[in-house]
Design a protein around this ligand. Sequence first.
Ligand SMILES: *[C@@H]1O[C@H](CO)[C@@H](O)[C@H](O)[C@H]1NC(C)=O
Ligand SMILES: *[C@@H]1O[C@H](CO)[C@@H](O)[C@H](O)[C@H]1NC(C)=O
Length: 302
Amino acid sequence: MYRKAIIFLTFFVIFFISCYVIVGSVDIRSYFFPLLQSQPISSSPCAAEPPLRVYMYDLPRRFNVGILNRRNLDQTPVTASTWPPWPRNSGLKRQHSVEYWMMGSLLHEDSGDGRDAVRVMDPENADAFFVPFFSSLSFNSHGRNMTDPATEVDHQLQIDLVKFLSESKYWQRSKGRDHVIPMTHPNAFRFLREQMNASIQIVVDFGRYPKAMSNLGKDVVAPYVHVVSSFIDDNPPDPFVSRKTLLFFQGKTFRKDDGIIRVKLAKILNGYDDVHYERSAATEKSIKTETLHHLVGSLMQL
Ligand SMILES: *[C@@H]1O[C@H](CO)[C@@H](O)[C@H](O)[C@H]1NC(C)=O
Ligand SMILES: *[C@@H]1O[C@H](CO)[C@@H](O)[C@H](O)[C@H]1NC(C)=O
């Protein structure tokens, strides 16, 4: 399953980055390598020929997989052979795990030809630089309670990372513009995020940031990773008839900024027999049991 997810994300996220680099509004290759500008753009730009060459910094494990297992104090950079599985009981943290899958896909070099991005060990040969800091997991693990003293750990990691990057000649060369850093949680890197203004951030939306910090011109929008297991046994003789619920929604109806659309939908959909629209909190238990059961029995999900 992990292999499948890695391939999936390699395809989706790195593919996004490659496409973005080649056809996006900012052409990194020509931006940083003006000599390449005269090369003709391939008629199939997303075929990723040649693949994007990515240099990944070697960071101590406290910046990434060390957050998954804080009892292991080993700080040597993680490798494909020491790569830990994503924890089974991570609940909602999983939705921000793009950072884990991106790093894993760069570490695992054996997934065959046709890759959209390859890891290069010599930074001189790189088109882009990947910063393997699990900024969302750090917030979720150390900084969940915004006033908690443990937040200091998240803060300190950000300070240490900014220092590390500012000492890198490749960061200095581009001011971070060719550096890719996943920051999917809205509070990821919250203390020093503006130091990352120029970098290519992997985000889920642009809701809470000033335009100069995060925008479609330079960043990549990655989907949340699904928190429910894939339902693979969906092959009854007539799947349409066997699904009894027309529309299923279960989650927070009131959100920040009032969740205006959700509240409207709740009013419109209220009272229909074949619509399940329930206000609830997403807990690990509800995700595993009720939600999955209902999802499987519904034709459409919101
Ligand atoms: C957050 O942490 C502080 C300090 O440990 C504590 O006083 C406070 O009650 C916590 N708040 C929540 C919502 O857990
Ligand atoms: C980053 O962008 C913010 C928001 O526009 C701005 O206030 C800040 O000065 C910028 N910081 C840097 C280091 O460029």
